[in-house]
Design a binder for this molecule. Structure first.
Ligand SMILES: *[C@@H]1O[C@H](CO)[C@@H](O)[C@H](O)[C@H]1NC(C)=O
Ligand SMILES: *[C@@H]1O[C@H](CO)[C@@H](O)[C@H](O)[C@H]1NC(C)=O
Ligand SMILES: *[C@@H]1O[C@H](CO)[C@@H](O)[C@H](O)[C@H]1NC(C)=O
Ligand SMILES: *[C@@H]1O[C@H](CO)[C@@H](O)[C@H](O)[C@H]1NC(C)=O
Ligand SMILES: *[C@@H]1O[C@H](CO)[C@@H](O)[C@H](O)[C@H]1NC(C)=O
Ligand SMILES: *[C@@H]1O[C@H](CO)[C@@H](O)[C@H](O)[C@H]1NC(C)=O
Ligand SMILES: *[C@@H]1O[C@H](CO)[C@@H](O)[C@H](O)[C@H]1NC(C)=O
Ligand SMILES: *[C@@H]1O[C@H](CO)[C@@H](O)[C@H](O)[C@H]1NC(C)=O
Ligand SMILES: *[C@@H]1O[C@H](CO)[C@@H](O)[C@H](O)[C@H]1NC(C)=O
Ligand SMILES: *[C@@H]1O[C@H](CO)[C@@H](O)[C@H](O)[C@H]1NC(C)=O
Ligand SMILES: *[C@@H]1O[C@H](CO)[C@@H](O)[C@H](O)[C@H]1NC(C)=O
Ligand SMILES: *[C@@H]1O[C@H](CO)[C@@H](O)[C@H](O)[C@H]1NC(C)=O
Length: 828
């Protein structure tokens, strides 16, 4: 058995390997388990690893040496009893295993370096190969236990595993496993979608398991897996662990005949999942993303495990799956693949070719097509590296990219294995259907990849290291500007260009390269608070577009800057037109139209989307006027999604502007849309009276505009305190309607205040009362304008992420509803 310079350690299927063990499920035909260097059999769970004490090269580690130096560093994922001993190989050595069952096999190599006499195993350096595949080249063990797993289709035996020490070094191994896999665990290559320039058949490949991940924040240890696999918790791979929700419902998993079995992945994998956070706003399209570090320039087989353990009925899941920003499957309907059986496991294999990047990103996101079914789920993930054309799996043999096209990544979907009870015909039909669809999708994917690379900068907002819960979900809307471009646009932030100064910083006028005028808000030195508002503002502005909300053009976060670029509003703030400047007085009709525009913008925020957005800082300084004096609401830095009634939520300090703050919010910290209604009520009196909300220079009773105006409103003598420049120009009916509306807005309790839509309606009515006679005319003009025009971004910017159509619709619907009510009211 021993030859000069070469050792053949032959392991026959002999009695010592027919050890008694009770398997949890699968009983491999070929099942070699060797505790290398050990003089005794070692039990690990239900398996027994045999000793290979046959010759003098067995190395035993005295217990004390091991225990005193390394006991704490052994990874707990595998049983450390295997790591007490090792076999040291100072010459090329072959382990030969006879194969009884041709087909896919696993080879697991366990390495744990320790120090034994003159051997410091950490100094080892060696290569391992099998057949003509290089599994490991010039390997230098790490300081921790490491298990490497390879999958190979052995069509004919024996399997020869060769350890080759590097020059002046040696090899070692602590334990070895060679076992046959259940049929179908790795699908045969027949169903691979071939692409030009693609790879050979899968059955001819050697695969190295990079990682197995169990979604749902729970590690599954080898002892609890039918095939002794380790499934690591996804927690540390989540890009933003606050976006996912972890679910564990193992009893929901229903392994049905024909689909994946416990051997595909155990119940503890299918029965736990990470889903998109329930609480996150469905309109804010987020992806849950996991980041993995892989060797570049290799192809990877990625297996997604799905199992609907969250729905109460089928057809509730509808989502997209991406790898490295490429769609693997869009609008994925899991129940369709599992014959509508809830809890039936399903998996999907995809092959991806990495470019020169080490980052393999996997994302799931809600489907945008069907807003009702918006849950996305992932239960498990396996990533396996495929050997390259040199027959190697080692990064040292990675292929240098031959051309510049290497950054293009290709995705092949191999097979969507049926999870439910599907007869062969149905499977075939499904596969064909998928293939066709895939083909179509692939060409589409190709384009979008091109597009993305074509875009300058790509404009990807990256969330910062903050504890805020939201992230930028906008990848393409907010355009990231280079700092130099903004310097140029603003004459290097010249004081001459300053349009205004606020708590956040200064606002500059700027002109972009294409002559587009912009307003540039530059945040003061980075405060945590400022950063949060900066993020909120970009997030909000890029999600929503409306002709009465100021548009976002871009942003810049280079060099720790916090710069937001908006469309330029020729006529500045409403406040500036009301008092404290020598601008010509606005007419009552103009003022009403401005109030209406503001209310319409806010109404859209409150109702235009599934969950209300609360602006929180409505004031005349945040209402901007364009060249036609059309109002647009600005400054979304404090905006919040949805009513906030959780009183335990202490961290939410009362924010807003003095004088405009809803007293109910102030005292009870209850934030609802009605807080914006209150603030708009304040703005309405400001508009009517043409004076600041708080004016300490006035006699005491007049200091607070709201108190002062409400006093006169209750007396029914509002005309006494109106802006003198409006004296005699407001029709009494219009003033009465306006005063009543403002009064209602300022009700002490939010529940008594009208909704923004009612405010809008009342303001429209007040306008009609003012202009009655020419009513139909005005209305016609207003309507056509409403239906026909929508804000356009300056040329050169596209509105990538929102659909013009839908927003048009929303604006149209709310407007026509208001209008029809108006007509009815008028006809009474
Ligand atoms: C290992 O177990 C086998 C089967 O039980 C037995 O034949 C063999 O003697 C054992 N070896 C040692 C060293 O205990
Ligand atoms: C060993 O197998 C038995 C019977 O299948 C099982 O009850 C037990 O939990 C297993 N032990 C381990 C450690 O897996
Ligand atoms: C390997 O070790 C054995 C025993 O120590 C020794 O006889 C042999 O010469 C060594 N071979 C090499 C290549 O160092
Ligand atoms: C293994 O490879 C052989 C030869 O390439 C092939 O005939 C066989 O179908 C493969 N087995 C599996 C399970 O893929
Ligand atoms: C063993 O080798 C490693 C790496 O070469 C080194 O860090 C470590 O200190 C060595 N240990 C001993 C006990 O010499
Ligand atoms: C997920 O696991 C991590 C690390 O084990 C733990 O810190 C965290 O609390 C877990 N999260 C949940 C929601 O269970
Ligand atoms: C295996 O699963 C059982 C039951 O879920 C659990 O009690 C046990 O701790 C698990 N063992 C390991 C090593 O994870
Ligand atoms: C599992 O699915 C089958 C259909 O294949 C169904 O008949 C059975 O009731 C399901 N079992 C459970 C526990 O839901
Ligand atoms: C993967 O994510 C990382 C971190 O977000 C990013 O830097 C990298 O560009 C992404 N890679 C791909 C290919 O999407
Ligand atoms: C989710 O990820 C995909 C791929 O990276 C991307 O195209 C899509 O825009 C992302 N969705 C959101 C809402 O970020
Ligand atoms: C899956 O979708 C296809 C195409 O929409 C449909 O024909 C088929 O009936 C669906 N299958 C199930 C089980 O819902
Ligand atoms: C490995 O050898 C087989 C024949 O034994 C050959 O068909 C195959 O192409 C070789 N693979 C590589 C990567 O050289």
């Amino acid at each position: 058995m021993m030859t000069v310079g070469k050792f053949d350690l032959l392991f026959w299927v002999s009695s010592i390997f027919c050890l008694m063990y009770v398997s949890l499920g699968f009983d491999p035909t070929d099942n070699y388990l060797i505790d290398c260097g050990s003089s005794k059999n070692t039990s690990v769970g239900n398996r027994t690893f045999a000793s290979d004490n046959s010759d003098s090269y067995t190395v035993s580690t005295p217990e004390r040496l091991f225990a005193s130096t390394n006991s704490n560093t052994i990874s707990s994922n595998y049983d450390s009893s295997l790591y007490q001993t090792a076999r040291i190989l100072n010459e090329t050595t072959h382990y030969t295993f006879s194969i009884k069952a041709p087909g896919w096999h696993w080879i697991r190599l366990h390495f744990f370096p320790f120090v034994y006499q003159e051997f410091n195993l950490s100094a080892a350096k060696f290569s391992v190969s099998v057949k003509n595949f290089t599994l490991i080249r010039e390997y230098q063990p790490q300081n921790d236990a490491e298990v490497k797993e390879y999958s190979l289709n052995i069509s004919s035996g024996p399997l020869v595993l060769t350890f080759t020490p590097s020059a002046n070094s040696f090899a070692f191994v602590n334990a070895l496993e060679v076992l046959s896999l259940p049929d179908g665990l790795i699908p045969d290559g027949a169903s691979v979608v071939h692409q030009p320039g693609s790879y050979q058949n899968l059955e001819k490949q050697a695969l190295e398991t990079v990682i197995r991940v169990n979604m749902g924040n729970q590690t599954v240890f080898p002892q609890n897996d039918t095939l002794w696999r380790l499934w690591i918790s996804d927690y540390s791979y989540l890009k933003h662990n606050n976006l996912g929700t972890f679910v564990s419902k193992e009893d929901k998993v229903n392994y049905t005949s024909g689909g994946p079995t416990q051997d595909t992945a155990p119940r503890s994998v299918y029965g736990t999942a990470t889903t998109i956070n329930d609480d996150s706003d469905p309109r804010i399209m987020v992806n849950v993303t996991w980041l993995f570090d892989v060797d570049p320039e290799f192809e990877y087989l990625v297996r997604f495990h799905f199992c609907d353990i969250v729905s109460s009925s089928p057809k509730m899941l509808f989502f997209n799956v991406y790898i490295n920003a490429l769609a693997v499957v869009t609008d994925f309907d899991l129940s369709n693949r599992t014959s509508n059986i809830l809890g039936a496991p399903y998996y999907m294999d995809v092959i991806i070719k990495m470019g020169d990047s080490r980052a393999l990103n996997v994302s799931i996101g809600r489907s945008t097509v069907d807003s009702r079914r918006t849950m996305a789920i992932l239960n498990g993930l396996e990533i396996m590296k495929m050997n390259n054309s040199k027959g190697s799996l080692d990064v040292l043999d990675s292929e240098v990219k031959s051309s510049k096209t290497s950054s293009k990544v290709k995705v092949w979907v191999m097979v969507g294995l049926a999870g439910g009870v599907l007869c062969t015909v149905a499977v075939l039909a499904l596969v064909l259907f998928l293939l066709c669809r895939r083909r179509r999708k692939l060409s589409h994917v190709g384009h979008s990849v091109q597009d993305r690379f074509g875009e300058n900068g790509g404009g990807n907002l990256r969330s910062r290291n903050m504890d805020g819960s939201a992230i930028f979900s906008v990848s393409k809307i907010g355009y990231r500007f280079p700092f130099v471009a903004i310097q140029q646009a603003t004459d290097n932030f010249s004081e001459n260009m300053v349009l205004g100064v606020g708590g956040f910083g200064k606002v500059y006028k700027g002109t972009l390269g294409d002559e587009t005028k912009v307003a540039v808000k530059r945040g003061l030195a980075q405060s945590r608070q400022g950063l949060a508002e900066f993020r909120t503002e970009i997030e909000m502005l890029s999600q929503f577009r409306h002709r009465h909300l100021v548009s976002l053009i871009g942003y810049c976060d280079e060099r720790k800057e916090m710069i937001i670029i908006y469309e330029y509003m020729e006529n500045g703030t409403l406040k500036n037109h009301l008092y404290g400047s020598d601008l010509p007085a606005l007419s009552w009709k103009q003022r009403l139209e401005i109030c209406i525009g503001s209310a319409r913008g806010l109404h859209y925020l409150h109702t235009g989307t599934a969950k209300a957005i609360i602006h929180r800082d409505v004031k005349s300084a945040n209402i901007l006027l364009d060249e036609n004096l059309m109002a647009k609401v600005a400054d979304f830095g404090l905006s919040k999604i949805g009513p906030e009634i959780d009183e335990t939520h202490v961290s939410t300090a009362v924010k807003g502007s003095f004088g405009y703050l809803d007293p109910e919010y102030l005292t009870r910290q209850q934030l609802t849309e009605k807080s914006d209604v209150y603030s708009l009520g304040v703005v309405m009196f400001e508009v009517l009276c043409g004076r600041p909300v708080i004016d300490p220079s006035l006699p005491r009773e007049e200091v607070n505009l709201v108190e002062w105006a409400m006093k006169w409103q209750r007396k029914g003598q509002l005309e006494e305190i109106i802006d003198p420049r409006l004296a005699g120009k407001i029709k009494p009916d219009s003033l009465k309607k306006f005063g009543e509306t403002a009064e209602k807005c300022l009700a002490e309790y939010g529940s008594d205040r009208p909704a923004m839509g009612d405010v809008l309606w009342n303001l429209e009515y007040a306008l009609q009362l003012q202009v009655s006679g020419e009513r139909s005319n005005v209305n016609g003009g207003e309507m056509s304008q409403e239906a026909g025009s929508i804000n356009r971004l300056p040329s050169g910017f596209s509105t990538a992420h929102f659909s013009m159509g839908s927003i048009d619709d929303i604006a149209g619907i709310s407007m026509s509803a208001v209008f029809s009510e108006l007509v009815k009211a008028d006809m009474r």
